[in-house]
Design a protein around this ligand. Structure first.
Ligand code: AMP
Length: 280
């Protein structure tokens, strides 16, 4: 059955009220659209775990710190709906800007600490935008579980903290990163890469795998980083925002993986900002 497309909060509430009355569990998959297999894997995980599934599509202006990035962000609503149809998603929630941020909107949800580092340090206001919109989606949908990709691992941790801190009764589930055949993490932004840049993009994952292998043999991040950065530059990457080893729980910086850790990277290619992370 084709998913129903919902554009207003009142329609969403009407639908979810029926499900709650029948004691059906609700899974939520928040996205910004331009759906790829990574997003679809979240919808499948939600389908497996919950009675009802809502995928949301909203290009959230508040989480873009760069107006050009917002303008260039791909929007493919028709294709998105087609891709979701075979997955037995119940509803696609596509609110417009006025629905989410009415004129006098004045509230900001800000998670301290976790957002000081990595993308938080390089994209001012980004995680406030994420935490605010995700809090709204959690409260609007009344979902029992929400599904997020480990591709955006810092986002996943920020959302978990926010839900716990605000006592929102929802369980936040992290799902593995889905990759292209050459290892590049799938991302809606990959659509903005030129053909040449698309070929180069996989170097990010190769360099990260090599750093990970070095870390596993006992080498320190401080020793491995200079060679890794030089390889990325040589391959054609522009600014590299970070290549860091960080603790999984609090994202504190590490030189060796003495506690559960992940390797995080963000770098520009063709003016497209690519991010990735892997478990060590
Ligand atoms: P976005 O539309 O980029 O805001 O992403 C929506 C959700 O999809 C987030 O939870 C992302 O972490 C997740 N996601 C994006 N890319 C991938 C991927 N390659 N594999 C798994 N999840 C992903």
């Amino acid at each position: 059955m084709k998913p129903v497309i919902i554009r207003s909060l009142s329609e969403l509430r009407k639908l979810t009220a029926q499900w709650v009355r029948r004691d059906e569990s609700i899974g939520l998959v928040p996205t910004m659209g331009a759906l790829h297999a990574g997003h679809l894997s979240l919808a499948k995980a939600a389908r497996d775990a919950c009675d009802r599934v809502i995928v949301t599509i909203f290009v959230n202006p508040k989480q873009f710190n760069n107006p050009e990035d917002l303008e260039n962000y791909p929007r493919t609503e028709h294709d998105d709906a087609e891709k979701l149809a075979p997955l037995e998603v119940d509803a696609i929630y596509v609110p417009d800007g006025d629905q989410m941020y009415p004129k006098e909107f004045a509230t900001n949800v800000s998670v301290a600490g976790l957002t000081d580092v990595l993308c938080g340090a390089h994209r001012p206001g980004h995680f406030d935008g994420v935490a605010t919109i995700v809090a709204k989606l959690f409260l609007q949908s009344g979902a029992n579980q929400a599904f997020f990709g480990e591709k955006d691992f810092q986002q996943l941790q920020v959302v978990r903290r926010m839900a716990r801190d605000l006592d929102i009764p929802i369980s936040v589930v992290g799902c593995p990163t889905i990759r292209e055949d050459d290892g590049l993490a799938m991302s809606s932004r990959n659509l903005n890469l030129s053909d040449d840049a698309r070929k180069t993009a996989a170097t990010l994952q190769q360099v990260m795998q090599d750093v990970a292998a070095g870390l596993r043999t006992g080498k320190a991040m401080g020793k491995l980083r200079p060679t890794a950065l030089a390889r990325l530059k040589e391959a054609g990457f522009g600014d590299i925002d970070y290549l860091d080893l960080r603790a999984m729980d609090d994202l504190g910086e590490l030189d060796t993986p003495e506690r559960p850790a992940r390797l995080f990277a963000a770098a520009y290619l063709d003016d497209v900002r690519l991010i990735d992370n892997i478990a060590i």
